[in-house]
Ligand binder design. Structure first.
Ligand SMILES: N[C@@H](CCC(=O)N[C@@H](CS)C(=O)NCC(=O)O)C(=O)O
Length: 225
């Protein structure tokens, strides 16, 4: 039976699952869930994920939710194109970099995005949001350094570290382009000059086969008009 993925447009966690499926070249049935219609809270969805969140993966009788669990499941079940390295050492480094991102970066991404999207009509931001942006700039330097010496976040193969970090960075960059980003913008943009290795890495990911299928459809509508 085919793999099935329920996902939402613009959900960074969904994007992880999509990137993993595409990179592993696994055929899947795609169910784009409309948040606006609360489809993620339908009885069918809640039966699969009582938290009513996406992504949700179904593989035959097995249902998996939580993006990291989906990545891990896909890796164990379909190891032919690896995302968690080829050696124990590579796996350890990939999971370490992911853990660092989740522990020290993600909360700042959320804080900055929240400030841009919901708080700062006039481009003014709280000290808290400015501090989060400052910390993000520091973390971006570290990622930029990693990418200055290797093609991917960990070494010379695309991995789960890229899958996890890329959607978060894309969400952040998109938010920073809004007028409401105001003073926050200059810490990261223009990316090409401030963080050239990250900018080049984004282009490499965008060139991966299947990437376009992972791109949030409602972003595409705006991008292509
Ligand atoms: N920790 C979860 C987070 C999933 C999540 O928060 N998904 C959001 C979309 S980005 C969602 O479904 N939100 C709907 C809601 O909370 O009602 C994962 O990694 O999959």
């Amino acid at each position: 039976m085919a793999l099935e993925l329920w996902w939402g447009s613009g959900s960074p966690y969904s994007w992880r699952a999509l990137l993993a499926l595409e990179y592993k070249q696994l055929p899947y049935v795609s169910h784009l869930v409309q948040f606006g219609k609360q489809e993620h809270k339908s009885p069918e969805m809640l039966q699969m994920n009582p938290r009513g969140r996406v992504p949700v993966l179904r593989d035959g009788d097995y249902v998996c939710f939580e993006s990291m669990a989906i990545l891990y499941y896909l890796e164990r079940k379909y190891p032919e194109v690896p995302l968690l390295g080829r050696t124990p050492e590579e796996a350890g480094t990939i999971v370490r970099v992911i853990s660092e991102y989740e522990a020290y970066v993600e909360e700042h991404v959320k804080k900055v995005m929240y400030s841009i999207l919901f708080q700062a009509a006039d481009g003014g931001h709280s000290d808290d949001a400015m501090r989060a942006m400052h910390l993000l700039a520091t973390e971006a330097r570290t990622i930029n350094e990693r990418l200055s010496t290797s093609s991917w976040v960990v070494g010379e193969a695309f991995s789960a570290a890229d899958v996890v970090i890329f959607p978060g960075i894309q969400m952040l960059l998109r938010a920073l382009e809004r007028r409401e980003a105001g003073d926050l913008r200059g810490r990261l943009l223009p990316l090409d000059t401030k963080y050239p290795a990250i900018a080049a890495w984004i282009k490499r990911i965008e060139a991966l086969p299947g990437y376009e299928r992972t791109y949030p459809p409602h972003w595409r509508e705006l991008r292509d008009t």
